[in-house]
Write a protein that binds this ligand. Structure first.
Ligand SMILES: Cc1cc2nc3c(=O)[nH]c(=O)nc-3n(C[C@H](O)[C@H](O)[C@H](O)COP(=O)(O)OP(=O)(O)OC[C@H]3O[C@@H](n4cnc5c(N)ncnc54)[C@H](O)[C@@H]3O)c2cc1C
Length: 341
């Protein structure tokens, strides 16, 4: 049992890692189960859930992150993931905190890793650093250009161009479990949905075991991606397509987020949020939050009815809104109280 949450423990495995440059250990002991194992293990509630954290900016942010971590820990997520930023100090924090999640909590961490501004040697070294901490679950991403996510993508001169190459690189280094990103509305750089689906199929064929979707605000987008994947490659479509879900707590923030990601807020969703926000200078955050929780619960209910494998909450390092949604879905969250953030 891992963390008393009903998950089956996997046998300790001595994993071997092929030669990597620098002072990276080539072998490590790991008891980490894969995400696919976790999703098929017993779980609380009607559906497994997972949580995405991001590296905090400062000491106050780190305290808030750890409060959220400890709150979610009591609720038994299938796994948690830690995003990877663009700058050096943020990246160091990602590596450090993901290691702490592995060493100091009962949670199963997934480390996001991007190809942005990294040579292949550096990527190998980072993967080795994760392995040395017993972290063998990695989400392989290309990443966005730093500063302007919609700007021109420039490959590192000794780096990689697509996430698919990173999947292969990580898999070649040893017995890692790799996931990738998927885009229900299509990635903003893909010429059309067919080519976007093909890019996802290529990442899965390269050895990715599952994908986590970009946050969406209309479940139809998720279902249509699932259909496209099934039509393109039924074998790869059998791998978990984990929906990203975010309880909206601020209309201004979500508008900014969609402007950077290329996704769209449906007219009816925007209308409900705008009506709650009111017409004052400042949006009515409490009313927007209440509608945001309603919406996230409606999306989650539909996803459960449609057989989604897991709900991946983009927490922004806050626990309270996601916990409220889980409670509405029938999960006993009394163990997590008080969720103060
Ligand atoms: C769940 C999730 C987590 C994320 N976490 C992070 C994070 O931690 N840090 C961060 O910086 N960003 C993160 N992102 C954002 C992500 O890095 C960007 O959206 C990025 O622009 C795309 O990354 P990717 O891994 O999907 O790239 P890729 O799969 O490489 O795709 C990039 C573009 O190239 C196209 N493409 C792919 N392969 C080919 C090919 N062979 N030939 C031609 N075109 C191709 C794709 O259609 C797409 O348009 C995350 C996104 C999601 C959905």
């Amino acid at each position: 049992m891992r963390g008393g949450h009903g998950y089956q423990a996997s046998r300790p495995v001595r994993r071997t890692f092929r030669t990597v440059p620098y002072d990276v250990p080539v072998t490590t002991n790991s008891t980490s189960p894969s995400i696919v194992d976790r999703l098929s293990a017993p779980h609380r509630g009607r559906i497994p859930f997972s949580v995405e954290f991001m590296p905090p900016r400062d000491a106050e942010g780190e305290e808030r992150l750890w409060r959220a971590v400890r709150t979610f820990e009591r609720l038994g997520p299938a796994f948690v993931s830690m995003t990877y930023g663009a700058g050096g100090s943020t990246r160091d924090r990602t590596v450090r905190i993901t290691g702490q999640l592995a060493a100091e909590t009962t949670l199963l961490p997934v480390a996001h890793l991007t190809a942005v501004n990294h040579s292949i040697d550096e990527l190998r070294s980072l993967v080795g650093a994760y392995a040395a901490q017993g972290i063998t679950n990695i989400l392989a991403l290309r990443g966005d250009p730093p500063g302007d996510p919609l700007g021109e993508w420039v490959r590192h001169p000794r780096g990689l161009t697509y996430a698919e190459e990173l999947v292969r690189l990580i898999r070649d280094l040893g017995d890692f479990h790799v996931g990738v990103a998927s885009f229900p509305e299509g990635h903003h750089r893909a010429p059309d949905l067919r080519q976007d689906t093909q890019a996802l199929v290529s990442k899965l064929r390269a050895g990715a075991e599952y994908s986590i979707t970009q946050v969406f605000f209309d479940v139809e987008h998720y279902l249509r991606l699932r259909d496209r994947l099934a039509a393109a490659d039924p074998e790869q479509a059998a791998k978990p397509l984990i929906p990203g879900i975010m309880p909206i707590t601020s209309l201004a923030s979500v508008r900014k987020m969609v402007s950077l990601s290329g996704s769209v807020i449906p007219v009816d969703v925007e209308a409900r949020l705008a009506a709650a926000a009111g017409t004052g200078d400042q949006e009515d955050r409490a009313a927007v939050r209440a509608v945001g929780i309603d919406l996230a619960t409606e999306w989650a209910e539909r996803l459960i009815a449609e057989g989604a494998p897991c709900l991946h909450f983009c927490s922004l390092n806050f626990a309270k809104a996601s916990t409220e949604v889980l409670a509405r879905l029938g999960v006993d969250v009394t163990a997590a109280v008080p969720a103060t953030t």
